[in-house]
Structure formats: C-alpha cells, structure tokens
Design a protein around this ligand. Structure first.
Ligand code: URP
Ligand code: ZN
Ligand code: ZN
Ligand code: ZN
Length: 459
C-alpha cells in the first residue's frame, strides 16, 4: 500500500511546512517534495492542513460507573474518535479488588480489541494497591503498561484511594518509571456539602457544582503536588478545571518539578452556568465546569505552557441515564462526551487565533505521545505511523447530535460553531473517516505496547 498526500500544509508541534507526505504500508516514509510516487494513490490536499492524528489520553468507554455503564461501546467510542481526527484512544482499565495489573488490562483488551476502530492503550485505574500490585509495576512497564490513575474521590463507587496509597504509588512509580495520575477533589468536603444540600431540598444540577466548587478541587491539586514534590515522582493531574490548581501547577513546574496538567475542552468552553439550564444534568461531570475566572486561567495556562495536554474525559450517559438524577443531583451519572470534539474544537480555537495550530497539535498529539510513551505517534515525520488528519480551515461546521458518531442521544456540544473541520482521518494509512462519513472498521485498531516517557517529556 502506497499513498502520496500532495500540496498540503504540514503542521507539527514545532514546524509548519508545505510538503508532500509519502505513506507506505501504514508508515510515513518520507516528507518533502519530488517524492517517488510510482504506484502510489495520489491524495490532493490543496488548501488543507496535514496534521498528526490526535491522541485522546482520557476516555471511559463502556465503563461501569455510578451503578450503570457509560453509553459508548469501544466500537461507538472509537468510531466517534476516528470521525473527530483522534487516532489513538487511552481508556481506563479499572481494577477490581484482588486483580493484578496485567489481568485488568487483559480483561479490557479482550472487550476492546474486536471493536476498536483506531489504536488504543490503557491507563490502569488502581483501586486495591496490594504489595503484589506494587511489585508488578516493574513487569508492567515491560509489557507496555506504564500509567496509572488513582482517584481521590468516588468513595461510594469503591474507586477512592487513601492519601497513603497514592503516596506509595508515587514512590513506586519513581523506582519503575511509571507515571501516576490523580483525579483531585476533596471527598469529605463534597460529602458534607451534599448532605447539607439534600437536607435543604436543594437537589438540582446547580448543587452538583456548589457541592464541588473551585477550592474543593484546588485544595486536592495542592495536596497531590506536595506528595509529588516530597517523593520526587512525576505527577499527571487529569481534567484540571480550576484557577488555583492551575496556579499551583505553574509554581511547582517553575520550581523544577515534573507536574503535567491535563484539561478538557468542556472546561475551556463551558462555565458552571450550564448547571442552571433546563438540561443542566447533561453537563454533570466531576470535577464540574467552574466559573469564568477558572476558564480564563486554563486558557492562560495553555498560552504559558503549563497545561500539557488536552483530552476529553469522554464518558457519555444517555438522557435516560442522566434523568435518574432529575430530582436528586447525586443520582446523575457523572460524565460528558467529547471524543469527537477535541481536535476540531482546539483546531477551531487555533483558527480563530486563540492559540497557534502548532500548539493545538502539541497539546492534542505530540505531548500525550511523549508523556505516555507512544513513540510511533504524535508527528507527521518519517518513521511515524501514518495517523494523519486532513483539515479544511475554510469549513463552517455546527455541531449537532446528527453529525456526531457516538451512540449517545444528545451532545453537550449541540449548536457550537467551529471554524474549520476534519475532512479525512487515516489510521496507519487506512482511511477511517471522509467528509462526514465513518469508513473504518471494528477490529482495525491495535493495542499499543508503550515505551516509558520520552526524553522530551522529561525536559
Ligand atoms: O465525571 C466524570 N469525569 N466521569 C468520569 C470519571 C472521572 O472522574 O474521570
Ligand atoms: Zn476523574
Ligand atoms: Zn475520567
Ligand atoms: Zn455520519
């Protein structure tokens, strides 16, 4: 299989050049002009940008959570990914008590493999940090699992880990080259707030936000950063959504600590005002969207380089599932969709001048590739997988559930207008999306056995 993508503008995290891209057997073999096109399918990319596929490093597909299961299967979720220019998906494999690391990942892999339309990997979410699990950290790195998530919340779902466990995991990650990420919020304050609101009959989605306001997240961010400093381990904070936490990250990074901060498109676009809407419960996720000052701080963090990645936390629940919490916000399953919106949204913001296209590519592709050890992803360069997105900066696109490819029956992004859109997605050289239509297949996606963090990500 040979393909030449001609006349496009190639945008990587650190360069923008007009050149052709030669793809052979799923790999990029050359970037330049006057390339040998003998026997190649020619793709004309005139007027288009040629970008590395995005890496959504935070998704929850068919995830058992809050007494139900998230609404996108591995097939539907990776189909939607492909249609939004995402060519690698990192899903969370959640440990049940007593399971080993490999066992957890293998169980999720068995589910995901036959359904995946794009490449995938797992972070392992630890819920039972036994000595055996800590020992297995070493072997796990060797079989390509090197990133863990620990929840500081979700006590009643059995996901929450103690401070001591998180501290232990950080110490062990330092020895083994693994990377620990945390969902940072203060569970006891949340529970106290919830108790008081319910007692007063304050049960709407707005009280979801008020039970987990800015400081509830910031305080936990700061604690986790203290542990990272004390252990000398790197730390990755998932879905950062508040200004004080952002400031703490900036301070720690400036002092020389390796703290990665991820935020999500929903925090960059919506504020807590959505919880006052009639459909407010559809926006319920944790941490919740915050006030304008937090959103501004996140954009500032993007500008200054203290946000490292943007990923989605894609975890959709249908209207019916969300409606369980109509009269009690604590019964609303937590999570929102976004896997198909990540790249188009960030690229649209670039197109509108809020950040550079290079920075959008860095946040959505290059940085996650480096941090999570996907050496073959993250750039349009010879030797990389031909995970390529063609992007037309001139298209006006309005998001509506009808043009999305998730199985969910609505989108929180309904009516949002984007400047520019993805026109084609290639996964290892195979066309999986073209002009609004999915053309990939279940089972195409491969499990990525990952190396450790790249030297660049350690800088
Ligand atoms: O509300 C959310 N974010 N649901 C998914 C689980 C998590 O906390 O990441
Ligand atoms: Zn989380
Ligand atoms: Zn999540
Ligand atoms: Zn379609």
């Amino acid at each position: 299989m040979k393909m030449l993508i001609q006349n496009g503008l190639i945008v990587n995290s650190d360069s923008t050049i007009r050149a052709d891209v030669l793809v052979e057997n799923g790999k990029i073999t050359a970037v330049g002009s006057g390339l040998d096109a003998a026997g190649a399918e020619i793709v004309d990319a005139s007027g288009k940008y040629v970008l590395p596929g995005a890496i959504d490093s935070h998704t929850h597909l068919e995830m058992p959570f809050n007494g139900t299961v998230s609404a996108d299967s591995y097939f539907a979720g990776t189909r939607a990914a492909a249609c939004g220019g995402v060519t690698t998906v990192f899903d969370f494999a959640i440990q049940r008590k007593g399971m080993g690391i490999r066992e957890i990942a293998q169980e999720r892999d068995a589910l995901c493999r036959p359904q995946a339309c794009v490449d995938y990997a797992f972070h392992v979410a630890l819920t039972d940090l036994t000595d055996d699990v800590l020992t297995e950290f070493q072997d796990a790195v060797e079989y390509g699992l090197m990133s863990y998530k620990l929840f500081m919340v979700y006590k009643k779902d059995g996901l929450m880990m103690s401070d001591a466990d998180i501290y232990k995991a950080l110490l062990r990650s330092r020895e083994t080259g693994a990377l620990i990420s945390v969902h940072a919020e203060n569970p006891d304050i949340i529970d106290l707030n919830i108790e008081n609101f319910l007692k007063n009959g304050q049960t709407s989605a707005w009280y979801h936000y008020l039970s987990r306001p800015e400081f509830v997240e910031a305080e936990a961010d700061k604690r986790a950063i203290h542990w990272a400093k004390s252990t000398g381990a790197p730390l990755y904070i998932v879905h950062l959504a508040n200004a004080d936490g952002m400031k703490a990250v900036e301070e720690a990074v400036t002092e020389g600590y390796t703290i990665y901060a991820e935020t999500c498109p929903q925090y960059l676009h919506f504020t807590c005002d959505v919880y006052k809407r009639e459909d407010g419960r559809n926006f319920v996720c944790s941490p919740p969207m915050k006030g304008q000052a937090s959103q501004d701080a996140l954009w500032e963090g993007i500008k200054k380089g203290f946000i490292t990645t943007v990923a989605t936390d894609h975890c959709p629940f249908t209207t019916k599932q969300k409606d369980w919490g109509k009269d009690d916000f604590t019964k609303i399953p937590n999570g929102c969709m976004g896997i198909e919106n990540l790249y188009p949204y960030m690229l649209s913001e670039a197109n509108k001048g809020r950040l550079t296209f290079n920075r959008a590519v860095q946040l959505c592709s290059k940085n996650p590739a480096d941090i999570f050890g996907c050496t073959e992803k993250g750039a349009v360069l010879p030797g990389k997988d031909a995970d390529i997105v063609l992007y037309d900066p001139a298209i006006d696109f309005t998001i509506t559930n009808e043009n999305m490819h998730s199985d969910c029956d609505y989108t929180i992004w309904e009516g949002v207008r984007l400047k520019g859109y993805v026109t084609r997605t290639y996964s290892r050289g195979r066309l999986v999306f073209q002009d609004g239509t999915f053309c990939g297949e279940a089972g195409w996606g491969k499990f990525l056995k990952r190396a450790g963090r790249s030297a660049e990500s350690k800088a």
